[in-house]
Design a protein around this ligand. Structure first.
Ligand code: GLU
Length: 425
């Protein structure tokens, strides 16, 4: 998901790794997970930190720090995106890698969880510098990645072009073209139809299922989206296409609001022209924090972690919170929302459409046989609807919220795979 890190970052908020641990702990307790299994799954299997030089435009050399983490590879190769952002930390990437393990397990695709990140500010860098940084970072993490080992993809501030550079760099080192080393590539070099919209499309399939479950009509439903990167912009457009009324969207510069709604396609065109959604004609300005609390039916956080916490959860008015972003909600906020009967579709389920179509891309690359977009979308729908219902059934059976249920489904699957393989040696 090449979402721009569009929301306000509050560093006083909780460390994502401690949140990931707490979420896992809640599910492990519920599952009465064996303590040995718990100890295995609570840690990341491999954590690589790299420091590497990049020659900048003025000739000076700058040393950057990057990470590639594999949380768990029991069910298959590591899978997960790479993000570029000034606030990337080891603990953030560890949490994101663990979330990928559960995400792949919850939708039943044969991958483990991994994630990468580089501490940098891509908004201040030229394309040339980004290419150089990407190629050198790829070389540094080459000892971990590969089509059978660990397969990166886009995440915050990275996109199809970034993946093309990674694929090319890796292939140059191998001496042959290895399409399947990354997903989210451009169509011209083994990318998949539908991958761009996949995170949002998957999220919308889960929203449709949630609305059915709650008896909510999506025609005219009031939708608020935080973030206008890959996940956010396509989510807004798809909800609009379904007859929803998009009242507010935002990016790093702030948000826009019109209680009568607007056409997100026009906002997208406006943002392409001006660089931000802010100032879109006929809307008033709201902050990212105000946007979260707007009166609406469906709230889609599609930016970054730590957006819904104890401080604002009591004032959330949405009936459905659909987490297109990774880690937007704290465990404290989860409890508050559950008590308020807000139906939350957790990130590891809601945004799994991205990695699901990544899986389809990888399969197509390995087979050198490419599918039509209609086939991709139909298969994506099948995966998302089934996964949603697996999680809903678990939540009903154990009377737990949807996040705990999704974790229970996922942790159980990874634990079962671990037991079946046995502990080496
Ligand atoms: N970065 C996306 C995510 O967080 C996609 C990962 C992938 O396709 O491997 O799910």
């Amino acid at each position: 998901m090449a979402t721009s890190k569009s929301a306000v970052i509050d560093h006083t908020q909780r460390d994502p790794w401690s949140i990931a641990q707490e979420q896992f702990g809640i599910a492990a307790d519920r599952l009465h997970l064996d303590p040995n299994m718990r100890a295995i799954l609570a840690e990341c299997q491999r954590e690589l930190t790299v420091h590497f030089p990049v020659r900048m435009a003025d000739g000076a050399v700058k040393v950057f720090t990057g990470y590639r983490i594999q949380h768990n590879t029991t069910r298959g190769p590591g899978k997960g995106g790479i993000r570029y952002h000034p606030s990337v930390t080891l603990n953030e990437v560890k949490a994101l890698a663990m979330w990928m393990t559960w995400k792949c397990a919850v939708v039943g695709i044969p991958y483990g969880g991994a994630k990468g990140g580089v501490v940098c500010d891509p908004k201040m860098m030229s394309q040339q510098q980004l290419e150089t940084l990407t190629r050198r970072y790829t070389t540094e993490i080459a000892l971990l990645i590969g089509p059978e080992r660990d397969i990166p993809a886009p995440d915050v501030n990275t996109n199809a072009q970034t993946m093309a550079w990674i694929m090319d760099t890796y292939s140059m080192h191998q001496g042959y073209t290895a399409l399947a080393v990354v997903t989210g590539k451009p169509l011209s070099i083994g990318g998949s139809e539908g991958r761009n919209e996949a995170t949002a499309r998957g999220a919308v399939y889960t929203i449709i299922e949630a609305a059915k479950h709650l008896g909510m009509d999506l025609e005219g439903a009031r939708v608020v989206v935080q973030g206008f990167g890959n996940a956010g912009s396509f989510s807004a457009k798809l909800m609009h296409e379904l007859g929803g009324k998009v009242l507010a969207v935002s990016d790093t510069s702030g948000g826009i609001f019109n209680p009568k709604g607007f056409d997100p396609n026009k906002v997208d065109a406006y943002k392409r022209e001006t660089g931000s959604v802010v100032g879109f004609p006929g809307t008033e300005r709201v902050t990212n924090a105000e946007l979260i609390e707007l009166d609406c039916d469906i709230l889609i956080p599609a930016a970054i972690e730590n957006q819904i916490g104890e401080h604002n959860a009591p004032r959330i008015k949405a009936k459905i919170v659909a987490e297109a972003a990774n880690g937007p909600t704290s465990p404290e906020a989860d409890r508050i929302l559950f008590d308020k009967d807000v139906f939350l579709i957790p990130d590891i389920l809601c945004n799994a459409g991205g990695v699901t179509v990544s899986y389809f891309e990888w399969v197509q690359d390995l087979q050198n046989l490419f599918w039509r977009e209609a086939t991709i979308n139909a298969r994506l729908k099948e995966v998302m609807v089934k996964s949603f219902n697996d999680v809903l059934d678990m939540s009903k059976k154990h009377k737990v919220d949807m996040r705990t249920a999704a974790y229970m489904v996922a942790v159980h699957r990874v634990a079962e795979a671990t037991l079946t393989r046995g502990i080496y040696p």
